[in-house]
Write a protein that binds this ligand. Structure first.
Ligand code: PMP
Length: 453
């Protein structure tokens, strides 16, 4: 049972001593103190199904016994050395991670957060190409360090400071809210249901977005100056925005024609979550030059990685690039355990099976509930965009949206929030959830929606 500070005491500490941006989600703030696999427990001992997994961070399950054992065994042996010496776990982990990468992506840098990984990717792209200009897509999230705040293109994550130089945000191909796709698409399906099928099949929306990218590239960067192009395989914080089929493939061609590097941010979409492939970029049929990852690779332990080719990595050997905690023995032991578990428990396959079931059922629900505007995603990387029932796709009001989340919480279901308009339910659970868990989540969401009618 819970023995920590009371909910009231926590509230006082929050007001006086904690980063003031940290506001709890629910009307009655949730105090979680224990987790096991797909389950979380609050201070009253109530159990919740966790469909958010700390935003893809709890990948194989809260306090997975094998991860806990790996961390504690390592803790008892050796916690830290220095990059001047060697410890086996960093080498074992780097090799195992490299084995999971396609092509020549074989050199691994180990760091501590997604922002740090993307910062390093910016440096690598600039050093390797000799160029400065970086592109990322609007509505993306790549981090909160000074440089990655420039990559991140969501106004609510921007501050009134001079932005980092030579980073440009170009139009993202959002086929639900964007200017092409969805109800603006000539696709006959979209005409009747606001739902364009261009994520699954080739569609004119994709051609239009690529034309726009070419035009924006010319006006912001121009030929001969591109260092790198960043993209998530499915935009995470932005609300699980899934691009039209072929967009990333065509964007990749533009990057290559201009001798730039393609950087795939797999912080949310990596390690099997999208189901069909181990890495999200594989479903776009491309081979990036640099891949960044964090969150789920540590199942909650802070760690991140950048993987690139030997040729690109060589550019960094002109100086000394070190990181005190990157690849520390515990992080490496945890990372190894996570990769082992994904294989042993077939979590990529599970993501595909349970994820497809959820997406299919949520899409059926969309047809019954006009408040569901869009259902999208792949595997266990799912977005459900909520709208007002006004036929105009107006984002669901914060009052209605929060009420929906509150009702689900009361029924024992934790959902994620996202999207620029904060009207997207994000489902990104630990990959160990079962079909029965998914059915429970669907039942709860349906009940909550019915209560709003
Ligand atoms: N990239 C993506 C896609 C992310 O979702 C995040 C975190 N939300 C980051 C990078 C930054 O990671 P961190 O918070 O560990 O710096």
């Amino acid at each position: 049972s819970y023995k920590g500070p009371s909910l009231e005491a926590i509230g006082t500490i929050r007001q006086n001593n904690v980063n003031p941006i940290m506001k709890p989600l629910y009307k009655k703030p949730l105090l979680l103190h224990q987790g096991y696999m797909q389950w979380l427990f609050d201070n009253d001992g109530k159990r919740y199904l966790d469909m958010f997994g700390g935003i893809c961070t709890v990948s194989v399950g809260h306090c997975h016994p094998k991860v806990t054992d790996a961390a504690f065994n390592q803790w008892n042996k050796l916690v830290h050395t220095s990059s001047l010496f060697q410890h086996p776990k960093l080498y074992e982990y780097s090799q195992k991670l490299a084995d999971k990468m396609p092509g020549d992506l074989k050199v691994v840098y180990l760091l501590n957060s997604g922002s740090e990984a993307n910062d390093l990717a910016i440096l690598l792209a600039r050093l390797y190409t000799g160029n400065n200009e970086i592109l990322s897509l609007k509505n993306c999230y790549h981090g909160m360090s000074y440089q990655t705040m420039g990559l991140t293109s969501l106004a609510n994550y921007k501050y009134k400071v001079v932005p980092p130089p030579a980073i440009h945000n170009v139009m993202n191909p959002d086929v639900f809210r964007g200017i092409w796709g969805g109800s603006n698409c000539r696709d006959s399906l979209a005409q009747t249901s606001r739902h364009c099928s261009c994520r699954e099949k080739e569609c004119e929306a994709c051609d239009n977005y690529i034309r726009m990218l070419k035009s924006e590239f010319q006006s912001t960067v121009g030929p001969g100056k591109l260092a790198g192009f960043f993209a998530e395989s499915i935009q995470g914080v932005g609300g699980a925005v899934q691009f039209p089929r072929n967009y990333i493939k065509e964007a990749y061609k533009i990057v290559k024609e201009n001798n730039g590097l393609f950087i795939s941010d797999e912080v949310q979409t990596g390690i099997g979550r999208t189901g069909d492939h181990f890495w999200g970029f594989e479903s776009h049929g491309i081979l990036p030059d640099i891949v960044t990852m964090a969150k789920g690779i540590g199942n909650g332990f802070p760690m991140s990685a950048v993987v690139t080719t030997k040729e690109i990595a060589t550019t960094l050997t002109t100086g000394s690039h070190i990181n005190t905690f990157g690849g520390n023995p515990i992080a490496s032991a945890v990372g190894l355990a996570v990769l082992d578990i994904i294989e042993e428990e077939q979590l990529q396959e599970n993501s595909k099976e349970v994820g497809s079931f959820l997406i299919t059922e949520l899409d059926k629900m969309r047809k019954r509930f006009p408040n569901i505007g869009d259902v999208r995603g792949k595997g266990l990387m799912i977005g459900v965009e909520m709208v007002e029932n006004d036929g105009k796709m107006t984002p669901m009001s914060p009052t209605n949206f929060d009420d929906l989340l509150d009702k689900c919480r009361e029924m024992g279901l934790i959902l994620g929030v996202g999207g620029y308009n904060r009207n997207v339910i994000r489902l990104k659970p630990p990959m160990c959830i079962t079909k029965e868990d998914a059915s429970f989540a669907l039942e709860v969401i349906e009940k909550a929606l019915k209560s709003q009618l």
